[in-house]
Design a protein around this ligand. Structure first.
Ligand code: NOJ
Length: 556
């Protein structure tokens, strides 16, 4: 018998309005999406050319990782000018054309905002380096005198998220400056009024151009505890801080950061068209995270707890329940995300001996994922993620079932985390490899020529768009069908009701008149009553759903 266990309701007022409550948002990592000019780096015209593909996929919005002027020390998350498009990616006109085309196809556009730090090539930081200690120019960053008799020791013991010390000195400079990431990414001083007004202005610049929202990078890091007290902990990207919930560290999740988002929210609300913000904040517990999505702050926060779950029914169910409850408590939608440009692709994570573990990159001498098993699980996971109420994120290539590049040779690596840890942390390059569009073309159709800024593994041919398009049962066609059904059944705005599954390895729930069944175990299971809409694998001769597979059924 089916047992109803829990109900989570989406506020009735928010079904059609507030598009972000239910949107499927596709992350484009511009340098690896599509290259129009053959320099081996993806660009804005390349994105524009592929918008019809995204329209056919059925996503509601796209989010673009940074394309601003940058020396690319951290792949564009080191911005030298927030109002200029880097020539690598094109021009502002190219951006406007892309935005117009996306809107014409019914897709919203979210851009990345990087407010915690600038590039060391930003005009402000250059001016600071040329100005003496105590100058107004230095006050926009976090310059401090060093410790020790000659000031040769860093001002405190903070560690960079990318490894090593969080403080550096420019050659010949007496002072140190803080950088929570690479030394080429100096942290801004958010107590300074110039910083606040500059970013309001940057927001207006992009809002005036017509963007629909912002993904706010390191949203929990802008404000630091007064006095920058020592803290021996270490934070890891996506996972957050080691050392427990009560101790996020003096550089993370400070109370005063919320006032910044309240002021930005007021600004966004003064524009027509439901502009939104999504927080990238790796903090726990979820009750702390959802403070960023209170009604007068941002609209969404990435749900990294979901990304971090293992391939385990009880663990996933617990995270779904706690996520829905935490976001419902503040009236915000939940988000669901499995992969992004900072994590090993979930197709590969699910193929590890501890399925869903999150290694910091995979190298040739590390455990190699079982590719077929990982793909099978990833296809089933899509049935889970896309059946859940709330907003779902898709990382480019996920719809192809693309795996991580796990054999990338060290000399190709570009992630600063790899270098700052002397290779101990393999880093994020393996999930950033350019997409395969055509199986038999040079660079797999990523660009017009051979070049791609990271080499693509041979095996990418199997995943190329042209190998999957129109092919029944391909991962791409599966995603298209899932997105269509999600739309038709209004799953994003729906509510989840757990059903008892056939075994403890099965997750089974209704969302409106659709029932989703995900079998995370190895043994086949009997499906509940209902009309089969779609399954990730063929059912067996007795009509059972095999292991590591999922199905959607219509209840009426
Ligand atoms: C989070 C971004 O997603 C990541 O790619 C970047 O390296 C850091 N923030 C620093 O900006």
């Amino acid at each position: 018998m089916n047992m109803r266990t829990k109900d989570f309701t989406t506020p009735a007022a928010c079904t059609n309005l507030e598009w972000w409550r239910s949107a499927v948002i596709y992350q484009i990592y511009p340098r690896s999406f599509s290259d129009s000019d053959g320099d081996g780096i993806g660009d804005l015209p390349g994105i524009t050319a592929k918008l019809p593909y995204l329209g056919r996929l059925g996503v509601d919005a796209i989010w673009l990782s940074p394309f601003y002027l940058s020396p690319q020390a951290d792949a564009g998350y080191d911005v030298a000018d927030y109002r200029v498009v880097d020539p690598l990616f094109g021009t502002l006109d190219d951006f406007d054309r892309m935005l117009e085309q996306a809107h014409a196809l019914g897709m919203r556009v979210i851009v990345d905002l990087v407010p915690n730090h600038t590039s060391d090539e930003h005009a402000w930081f250059q001016a600071a380096l040329q100005s003496p200690p105590g100058s107004a120019e230095r006050a926009r960053y976090l310059f401090r005198d060093g410790k020790g008799e000659h000031g040769n020791l860093p001002p405190n013991n903070w560690q960079s998220v990318f490894g090593g010390n969080a403080w550096s000195r420019a050659p010949g400079d007496s002072q140190w400056y803080l950088h929570l990431f690479d030394r080429r990414q100096p942290d801004l001083n958010w107590d300074h009024p110039d910083v606040r007004s500059e970013f309001e202005d940057v927001l207006k610049f992009w809002l005036d151009r017509g963007v629909d929202g912002f993904r706010v990078d390191v949203a929990h890091g802008l404000v630091k505890a007064p006095g920058l007290p020592d803290w021996a902990g270490q934070a890891a990207m996506v996972e957050g801080t080691e050392g427990g919930d009560d101790n996020p560290g003096p550089m993370w999740d400070q109370e005063d950061v919320h006032e910044i988002y309240r002021s930005w929210r007021r600004l966004l609300d003064s524009y027509p068209g439901e502009r939104m913000m999504v927080a990238e904040a790796w903090i726990a517990p979820q009750a702390r995270l959802t403070r960023y999505i209170r009604p007068d702050e941002m609209q969404q926060a990435f749900n990294f707890d979901y990304l971090l779950t293992h391939w385990d029914a009880a663990e996933i169910k617990a995270v779904i329940d706690s996520s829905l409850a935490a976001s419902a408590a503040v009236g915000a939608p939940t988000t669901w995300v499995m992969s992004n440009h900072d994590s090993v692709r979930h197709t590969s994570r699910y193929g590890l001996s501890k399925p869903g573990a999150r290694p910091k990159g995979i190298a040739a001498d590390g455990e190699q994922p079982d590719e077929a098993l990982g793909l099978r699980r990833a296809r089933a996971a899509a049935f889970l993620t896309l059946a859940l109420p709330g907003s779902a994120y898709i990382y480019q290539g996920e719809e192809l079932g693309l795996p991580e590049h796990t054999m990338l040779e060290a000399h190709y690596r570009q992630d600063p985390a790899f270098f700052r840890t002397n290779g101990e942390e393999i880093g994020r390059d393996g999930c950033r490899v350019p997409l395969p569009w055509l199986a038999d073309a040079p660079s797999f159709g990523f660009g017009p020529g051979e070049k791609s800024w990271l080499p693509q593994p041979e095996g990418f041919a199997r995943y190329a768009v042209d190998r999957q398009e129109g092919v029944y049962g391909s991962t791409l066609e599966l995603y298209r069908q899932l997105l269509q059904l999600r739309h038709d059944y209004k799953l994003g705005n729906g509510q989840l009701r757990w059903q008892s599954g056939d075994s403890s390895d099965v997750l089974s729930f209704d969302n409106g008149t659709l029932c989703a069944v995900i079998n995370l175990g190895m043994r086949p299971v009997t499906l509940p009553p209902g009309r089969l809409l779609l399954s990730s694998e063929q059912r067996d001769a007795s009509g059972r759903l095999p292991g590591n597979a999922a199905a959607w059924l219509a209840l009426r």
